[in-house]
Design a protein around this ligand. Structure first.
Ligand code: ZN
Length: 237
């Protein structure tokens, strides 16, 4: 009786010893994730840091490391996937070494050749709005109206992981030119899908941080937003 009790005690102690390293890891992850908003969140804490250099975009980095764009943004506390800065430290979950990533080469002049993604009136233009930069234009249109791709390209994001944007689509065109379509009622294309100019990609809505049904539309050259009105035409290229 006595010896079995002692055995039991010994057993409990040895189990405690075995569990200790896991407890310490769990604890250090918990502390780590609370310390800074840019620190990785969630259970996957293995990875490396990549310093953003000139000419890199979040989607370029995501693609190079084979990490989902939304996940990369989430673990780094990034709410706008098109806004990253040179010098910023990005945690790359699952990566074991820092990769060299080819920077984009911005075109000297961005030519027209984008068609209107939805027919409607511009209800809010590009530029400063209440002290903040409105990085695109808002096009008023009834809920459920068709949203089409402004130009041929590849869907690099389709989802609702960036809460302010609601249901959002990003399409990459040549030379790291990206168009962005936000507040959709529904997205009709998937990430990594090729689309043609004029192809139906979404329905107009008011998801995310939007007042009334409209499309928030952006054109970006790398990380830099440009005024879409300068590049939109009615004619397909
Ligand atoms: Zn907007």
């Amino acid at each position: 009786m006595r010896s079995s009790l002692r055995d039991e005690k010994r057993n409990i102690i040895s189990q405690g010893k075995k569990a200790l390293p896991y407890l310490l890891i769990a604890l250090s992850i918990a502390i780590y994730s609370c310390a800074h908003p840019a620190r990785p969140r969630g259970p996957q804490a293995t990875g490396i840091y990549h310093i953003v250099t000139r000419g890199l975009t979040l989607w370029r980095i995501a693609r190079a490391y084979g990490v989902d764009l939304e996940k990369l943004a989430e673990v780094n506390g990034i709410e706008d996937p098109t806004l990253i800065k040179t010098g910023q430290r990005l945690f790359i979950p699952g990566a074991t070494r820092v990769l060299e990533i080819e920077p984009y080469r911005p075109p000297i002049t961005l030519t027209a050749g984008f068609i209107w993604p939805v027919k409607g009136r511009v209800t809010s233009s590009y530029g400063r709005r209440k002290g903040e930069l409105h990085t695109g234009i808002d096009i008023g249109a009834p809920r459920g109206e068709n949203v089409v791709a402004a130009r041929d390209g590849m869907v690099i994001y389709s989802g609702k992981g960036f809460s302010g944007y609601g249901n959002m689509i990003m399409i990459e065109h040549e030379n790291d030119i990206v168009t962005l379509y936000a507040h959709n009622a529904s997205n009709l294309v998937k990430t990594n899908q090729r689309v043609k100019q004029g192809e139906l990609i979404a329905k107009v809505g008011s998801s995310g941080n939007a007042r009334g049904a409209h499309l928030h539309f952006e054109i970006r050259v790398g990380n830099n937003p440009v005024n879409p009105l300068l590049y939109l035409t009615d004619v397909k290229k």
